[in-house]
Design a protein around this ligand. Structure first.
Ligand code: ZN
Ligand code: ZN
Ligand code: FE
Length: 756
């Protein structure tokens, strides 16, 4: 006989881990106890050595679906002669290192009950079990227990309590479990009145069916919904939300309905039906039965399957594709508070469908983009992923908080080898988003129980995240923006050696005080050297040039082809061209080597988009055009590579020339992508050889463009280089916090070694 203490760290609370251990231990006739504490799950177990080994094996390799075991440690204890096996009550205490699970869509067993007229949870939207249900969005504190969630105000009825206490039951210790007798209730508010329970759902379905707009409370916040086939409803929604062009996502009842709208790869199907339930952007079918206003002019459509019991019921009642877009004022965070929903969203909609289970943390839908070849690209990392940790190869000796960039903000907390990246928060230019940023920091710290001593931040002094770091009183580590991009890619692929990083994005402050964004960096986690870049161009009007891509077109024409050509084409771009041209001629605008701005310039030159209504719109539409072109007729241009500088002037000449010869916009857009990709690849291959590296990491917002990414990656691979692309983190600034944390951890670890 031996007695072991098995300690399990990772995402092991709220995922049915204790019942899993209990059932195994009982089946193996072992005695002892299993419990949650501040560090995860602890099992004190007694029995013959071989049987204990069998239990240990099960803990390591057969954990429940939602669990993420990071570490299992075994310690010998004195034998006590215990009889029987029990689940111990939760111990609260300091030093918590508990991973709460991400939110999970209803499992198969719960869905069966939802549709079973004989089940007591038939048609009850809030059913869940140890395998599914809300988690991160309802947790207020750790250890994860009903009392620390927003379910604390719903005492279990006798039957639910019985299930909760029965080790043989699927709901054994399922913290958010509920039934129609004891759990949350639906409500409906509209001008003409209100309803509760099932009739609330009927009312919402009725309004949706008759062309109305409805606010619906989802897992991580409110959505605005309308019939996706009803152009009038869509126009109404766009006008009320003040969102003229940005595409909406569509929710459908099941996979076959999704297949009717989009062409889905097997990986896209797997992602859609996964319990994380992201939105998947995929090529739309020409006969897709959604109104054009859902995603105007774009060849892709965002589709999703129901992410909660409520959505399952609503989609079944409406029985057609429904637009589900974030319920917020333009640019602000998703509304997740009920009073705020009635106040802020109420005036925009014909009714609000809510319920009385509070959402503690607002979390957006995650978005994946389906790229050719079955590759999936993370576009927005939020519900279903957060707070699942990323593993750091270089452990941080001190807890590090990384505060990210300014746009597409996320924050991250590193402790040892474990890195938790927050949900997508939005743009910190907006004050309510800044509020979400500060509360995300507080929540990460509370859930991990770790007080950071070091803060990693961007070098840009005007970022609100940088200002927060400066005022935090913590030891600061500044990380250059594009180094953070490349580092995020290295963190994700667990690479610690030197690589050639290609960081192409909209903008970031360089170490020379100018704006960068088309960078070739020889980098590892510790440091970098800028070994190549895109030739800089003026950005006339600063930020105005981001909103008005025609300004960049004029600037590039002036730079590449001279003032005469710029003047000749100016009038086509915008009525204000003459003033901006003289601004460019004066040479007083800030210079930028941004690749993102170059894509903007090309889109404006081709007449695709000269003023944007959402970030990245011009580049997205340029890529959409390039995808429509048939490869065979594309002209071949190449960019100039002078030493370590990439000059795209020949591409701009090609675009101007091609237009004057009457070539199609699609063909020219494709030629631009190919030309820039082959020039970039040529310089990268040269630099890799010069600096003796065999791996290239691609990061930055430009790599959301799958046409450009795939062209470039193909050429690099053909030259024998290994290519790292983002998979689980987004290529854009949403992964800056992860990169900053990776750099800070590496620097602290090196410092620690030096001091030791
Ligand atoms: Zn379930
Ligand atoms: Zn109940
Ligand atoms: Fe960036």
């Amino acid at each position: 006989m031996e007695r072991w203490r098995i300690r399990v760290r990772g995402t092991v609370q709220g995922v049915g881990f204790r019942p899993f251990v209990y059932r195994r231990a009982v089946a193996l006739q072992l005695s002892g106890r299993v419990g949650n504490d501040g560090e995860g799950v602890v099992v004190d177990v007694e029995g013959p050595r071989e049987t204990l080994t069998a239990l240990l094996h099960a803990v390591r390799s057969q954990a429940p679906a939602l669990a993420l075991v990071e570490q299992v440690a075994v310690e010998r204890l004195p034998v006590t002669g215990d009889r029987g096996f029990v689940i111990a009550p939760t111990v609260t205490g300091a030093g918590t290192d508990v991973r709460v699970s991400a939110d999970v869509a209803p499992c198969e067993a719960c869905l069966r009950e939802l549709g079973d007229a004989d089940d007591r949870r038939f048609g009850y939207p809030f059913l869940n079990c140890t395998d599914c249900g809300p988690r991160y969005t309802i947790v207020r504190n750790v250890p994860y227990d009903r009392a620390s969630t927003t379910m604390s105000d719903f005492p279990l009825c006798a039957r639910c309590q019985q299930e909760y206490d029965d080790p043989a039951d699927r709901r054994f210790h399922a913290q958010p479990t509920a039934c129609p007798d004891c759990g949350p209730r639906l409500w409906w508010r509209e001008e003409q009145g209100s309803a509760e329970g099932p009739s609330a759902l009927d009312a919402a379905a009725r309004v949706l069916g008759s062309g109305g707009v409805v606010a619906v409370k989802g897992v991580g916040g409110y959505h605005l919904a309308c019939d996706a086939g009803d152009e009038r409803a869509l126009t109404l929604l766009r006008r009320r939300k003040n969102r003229p062009d940005k595409p909406f996502a569509v929710m459908v009842g099941d996979l076959s309905a999704a297949e009717e709208l989009c062409v889905l790869s097997s990986s896209a199907r797997a992602a859609l039906t996964s319990l994380r339930r992201p939105i998947v952007l995929a090529p739309r079918r020409s006969r897709a039965s959604v109104a054009p206003g859902v995603a105007p002019g774009l060849p892709e459509l965002g589709v999703a399957l129901p992410s909660s019991g409520l959505h399952v019921l609503l989609l079944a009642a409406v029985h057609r594709p429904v637009v589900m877009t974030s319920g917020n004022r333009s640019g602000e965070p998703l509304v997740h508070d009920d009073a705020e929903a009635l106040d802020v969203l109420g005036p925009l909609v014909d009714g609000v469908l809510g319920h009385d289970r509070p959402i503690h943390v607002g979390v957006d839908d995650s978005v994946l983009r389906s790229a050719p070849g079955g590759r999936l690209q993370m576009t927005r990392r939020a519900r279903g992923w957060v707070p699942q940790p990323v593993r750091l190869t270089v452990a941080s000796p001190h807890p590090v908080l990384a505060v990210g960039a300014q746009l597409k903000s996320t924050v991250a907390l590193a402790r040892g080898n474990s890195l938790t990246v927050s949900q997508h928060l939005g743009d910190l230019d907006d004050w309510p988003t800044y509020g979400a940023f500060t509360s995300a920091i507080g929540h990460l710290i509370r859930l991990s129980g770790v007080q950071p001593t070091v803060v990693a931040h961007d070098l840009h002094p005007d970022y609100r995240s940088t200002a927060w770091a400066q005022e935090s009183g913590l030891t600061r580590i500044g990380v250059q923006h594009h180094h953070a991009h490349v580092a995020a890619c290295l963190v994700e692929h667990r690479i610690t050696t030197k690589v050639l990083g290609i960081a192409f994005d909209g903008t970031g402050l360089g170490t020379d005080g100018t704006l960068w964004g088309g960078e070739f960096l020889l980098a590892d986690l510790l440091d970098f050297e800028r070994v190549g870049h895109l030739v800089p161009a003026q950005q006339p009007g600063g930020d105005a040039a981001v909103r008005e891509p025609w300004r960049m077109a004029l600037s590039w024409l002036h730079r590449a082809l001279g003032p005469d050509v710029a003047a000749e084409h100016g009038a086509r771009l915008d009525g204000r061209w003459a003033a901006v041209l003289s601004l460019v001629a004066s040479g007083r605008s800030p210079e930028t080597s941004s690749a993102g701005r170059l894509f903007d310039a090309a889109a404006a030159l081709l007449g695709i988009r000269s003023i944007v209504s959402y970030e990245g719109q011009a580049a997205i539409e340029l890529e959409a055009c390039a995808r429509k072109a048939t490869a065979s007729r594309t002209p071949e241009w190449d960019v100039d590579v002078r030493g370590s500088v990439l000059d795209p002037a020949p591409l701009l000449l090609g675009l101007v020339d091609g237009r004057s010869r009457g070539l199609g916009v699609d063909v020219l857009a494709a030629a631009f992508h190919r030309g820039l990709a082959s020039g970039t690849a040529r310089l990268a291959v040269d630099l890799a050889e010069l600096h003796d590296v065999d791996t290239v990491a691609l990061s930055g917002g430009v790599f959301q463009n799958v046409v450009f990414s795939d062209l470039l990656a193909d050429q690099l691979r053909r030259a024998g280089l290994r290519v790292l692309m983002h998979e689980h983190l987004p290529p854009h600034d949403g992964s800056i916090s992860a990169g900053q944390a990776g750099v800070a951890a590496a620097r602290l670890a090196t410092e620690g070694r030096r001091n030791a």
